[in-house]
Design a protein around this ligand. Structure first.
Ligand SMILES: O=C(O)CCCC[C@@H]1SC[C@@H]2NC(=O)N[C@@H]21
Length: 261
């Protein structure tokens, strides 16, 4: 039985075969990457749209890594046109992480979940979900923003290059069975709530919610950038979402790194 209910709608101005359904979702059986599909459709998108695929053949992860995307896991990208500068668009990864935490908490005990900077979700210390942002635009504001979300609902692929945090799945960790399309409904609601919070209360509230679930806050962690390894106490994230560590040589503000503990 197919995992997703496919929509076949008659009006498809993009010519791509699947047009958003009543909930702003495009459902695909198989695609190279929902990020690539979002970029191809960016010109046709006139409202926030989730693209979900049962499988992806060339799914991408952060920092050029490959992401394994088997059927049974959530493979989805939200594309929309925020009225946002590149820095404001980049902060959306924290909204996505908060939304994932809220959505996963519906299905698994919240105390087993935590958020790893910049944008991974851990379940009992293993990686259960990852987030990837891509955008396009020149000048002041981005033209469009894509937020890709991969959640190991059923399978925990073991051949990731970034295996420092062993991938785990909901099924493997607790026998929790969640259909991707059902999870997407929960996640889409949770993400919309985060956007409403951002509009009403600003990024300070998003940051506060993220910090409330942050893994290893106040503890010594290691941040590995392209150039160096920095060891320090995880103090906070700043107003742009940068990692703030206190090291033996003083405070360090880090914009991009992989974190280990
Ligand atoms: O490296 C990470 O942790 C981010 C992984 C993001 C994977 C998702 S799956 C849906 C979307 N399509 C992609 O090609 N990548 C993202």
């Amino acid at each position: 039985m197919p995992l997703l209910r496919r929509q076949r709608l008659s009006t498809d101005p993009s010519g791509h075969g699947h047009w958003p359904d009543a909930y702003g979702r495009i459902m695909l059986d198989n695609v190279d990457s929902t990020m690539a599909e979002a970029a191809r459709r960016a010109g046709d998108i006139d409202r926030p749209t989730w693209i979900i695929a049962q499988t992806q053949t060339a799914a991408r992860g952060r920092r050029g890594r490959v992401w394994q995307a088997p059927a049974g896991n959530l493979n989805a990208t939200l594309i929309f046109k925020p009225d946002a500068t590149p820095a404001e668009a980049a902060r959306r990864s924290f909204l996505a992480a908060n939304a994932l935490f809220a959505a996963l908490s519906i299905y698994v005990p919240a105390e087993k979940l935590s958020l790893k900077w910049p944008n991974d979700v851990l379940l009992s210390g293993g990686k259960v979900a990852g987030i990837l942002l891509e955008s396009s635009g020149q000048g002041g504001n981005v033209d469009w923003l894509s937020i890709g979300v991969g959640v190991n609902l059923r399978h925990a692929p073991q051949d990731l290059a970034d295996a420092a945090f062993a991938p785990v799945s909901l099924t493997q960790m607790g026998g929790w069975e969640v259909e991707p399309v059902d999870f997407l409904t929960t996640l889409a609601d949770a993400y919309a709530t985060q956007e409403a919070r951002l509009a009403q209360m600003g990024f300070a509230r998003i940051r506060q919610d993220w910090l409330a679930h942050a893994a290893r806050l106040g503890e010594v962690i290691t941040a590995r950038t392209m150039r160096e390894e920095i060891i320090g106490t995880f103090d906070t994230i700043d107003d742009d979402g940068n990692l703030v560590l206190t090291t033996g040589a003083g405070p360090r503000v880090i914009s991009a790194a992989d974190v280990y503990f």
